[in-house]
Design a protein around this ligand. Structure first.
Ligand SMILES: [Zn+2]
Length: 201
């Protein structure tokens, strides 16, 4: 996980003013998940991050989505949810997977920008997936974690037309300018990419 600067408020105000001129009947339905917990990935459980820890956006219209970024939390699952829910932490990810069973929590809508890459450009263009565990403790990288994460990544790639390759499915360590090392050398990329290639929605 990491932090990044938020979008300037002025841009949001201008967007609101522009929308006010559109006839009501032409507007798409409001993002239901903001209120009711509807998720972008059917298997996910909605566990909202604080609104202070993300940037509201209209992706992929506002920004192209062409990357999935893989993280390892360095915190336990419940502790990570608490961090995302704490408005002082200034950090979030779209998804968090639990080590033991591969359970998927969605914390930020895919249309919004989560703050996980530590790089504004990469935050705007990516979906961030956190995995419960520690980079030097591969026992956290369970079969269930790999399998469920690969299914989620495949779904994201299918829905946005992202190639299922290592140029587009990257580790936090590969984000330009980062000082983070996750998911670390214990993460089995060969196995993971094979699972992503086999998975479909
Ligand atoms: Zn990370």
């Amino acid at each position: 996980m990491d932090r990044a600067r938020p979008l300037p408020a002025r841009r949001l105000l201008l967007k609101g003013a522009a929308l006010a001129a559109v006839p009501y009947t032409l507007l798409p339905a409001p993002p239901a998940g903001a209120r009711t917990g509807v998720v972008d990935y059917p298997k996910a459980e909605w566990q909202a991050a604080s609104g202070e820890n993300r940037t509201a956006a209209q992706r992929p219209d506002e920004y192209d989505i062409d990357r999935v970024i893989i993280h390892v939390t360095q915190h336990a699952y419940a502790g990570t949810l608490s961090i995302f829910q704490n408005p002082k932490k200034r950090v979030s990810a779209h998804y968090l997977l639990r080590s033991a069973d591969g359970h998927v929590a969605q914390c930020v809508r895919e249309s919004d920008v989560a703050w996980h890459a530590g790089n504004w450009d990469y935050n705007t263009r990516s979906v961030g997936i956190e995995h419960e565990g520690w980079v030097e403790q591969p026992e956290y990288f369970t079969d269930a974690l790999y399998t469920e994460s690969a299914r989620l990544t495949a779904s994201i790639c299918d829905r946005y037309g992202i190639p299922k390759d290592r140029d587009h499915i990257i580790g936090h360590v590969e984000v330009p300018g980062t000082d983070h090392t996750d998911p670390g050398r214990q993460w089995d990329w060969v196995r993971y990419m094979r699972l992503v290639g086999r998975s479909s929605e």
